[in-house]
Design a binder for this molecule. Structure first.
Ligand SMILES: Cc1cc2nc3c(=O)[nH]c(=O)nc-3n(C[C@H](O)[C@H](O)[C@H](O)COP(=O)(O)O)c2cc1C
Length: 253
């Protein structure tokens, strides 16, 4: 049994011990969920804990793919978890923004690749309005990369090759094909998944034509390097279209 009230930064809690005697316990306010000041708590959390690398935009390569791969390699080497995870932002069918995390599949001179089920919300959104943004964040270095551009679906052959290289369980999930629909019965899902997995195992070359590789062909790529003194270094590569040369601009923090 306990009741409580606040004393400055502490909450005094009356507890009844097993022996039956009453006692007072003092808990730091931040330890009690019901008294947590979320704003204060968030403000107390550190950001850009560092040590942060230097970034000299003037020395950046002319090709942003080169700089992206350098930053990605450094994130991997430093042990950033899921360094190839990125936020894909799309335009919803209602005209509003939508966003979710996906795994990066490849980067080449065409652009940044990912794969989606064409029947999923993001697949439908990309089909309807082929413009998108990608955002990477590598907290150990205080680095963010932002891309905006047009979305291009790959050929059926390329998409099939990507699908066939995936683990059977991942392919079974694609075969289910009901991503983001309301789920009313978890057992139905499990049964359907087991059946899909059995089918993949029986037919190893089975293709789900809805699985589609996409390439974000960027028109803007920003490299953002945090600075502890808040003079963050920002470099944006811009181009008119995919055949135009990249032009570099530093941005105010
Ligand atoms: C780290 C991480 C990686 C993910 N990778 C993928 C992925 O590669 N493909 C995918 O369809 N969903 C992936 N998801 C789930 C998506 O974020 C999302 O929930 C799902 O694709 C449904 O999105 P939609 O309703 O906008 O279509 C991932 C989620 C996380 C947190």
């Amino acid at each position: 049994m306990a009741d409580d009230y606040e004393v400055d930064d502490y909450v005094r809690v009356r507890v009844t011990l097993r022996s039956g005697t009453n006692a007072w316990a003092y808990l730091e306010r931040k330890d009690t969920a019901q008294h947590l000041d979320v704003r204060q708590w968030l403000r107390s959390l550190e950001v850009f804990a560092g040590p942060l690398p230097d970034f000299d935009p003037a020395a950046a390569p002319a090709d942003p793919v080169e700089l992206f791969l350098e930053w990605l390699r450094e994130a991997v080497a430093a042990g950033v978890p899921d360094p190839h995870a990125m936020t894909l932002s799309t335009i919803g069918e209602d005209g509003g923004p939508d966003a979710r995390v996906l795994i990066l599949k490849n980067v080449d001179t065409d652009g940044w690749q990912f794969a989606v089920h064409s029947g999923s919300p993001k697949g439908r959104q990309l089909g309807g309005r082929p413009r998108a943004a990608l955002t990477f964040y590598w907290p150990l270095q205080g680095r963010q990369v932002r891309l905006r551009g047009t979305d291009e679906p790959a050929s059926a052959e390329q998409s099939a090759a990507d699908l066939l290289a995936r683990a059977p369980s991942a392919r079974a999930e694609v075969l289910l094909g009901r991503q983001s629909e309301h789920l009313t019965d978890a057992e139905e899902r499990d049964r359907a998944f087991r059946a899909a997995l059995a089918r993949i195992e029986a037919e190893p070359d089975l293709i789900s034509p809805e699985w589609t590789l996409h390439t974000l062909v960027p028109s803007e790529i920003e490299f953002w390097q945090a600075d502890k003194g808040r003079l963050h270094n920002r470099l944006r590569y811009e181009r008119r279209d995919r055949h135009s040369p990249w032009v570099r601009h530093m941005l105010w923090p």
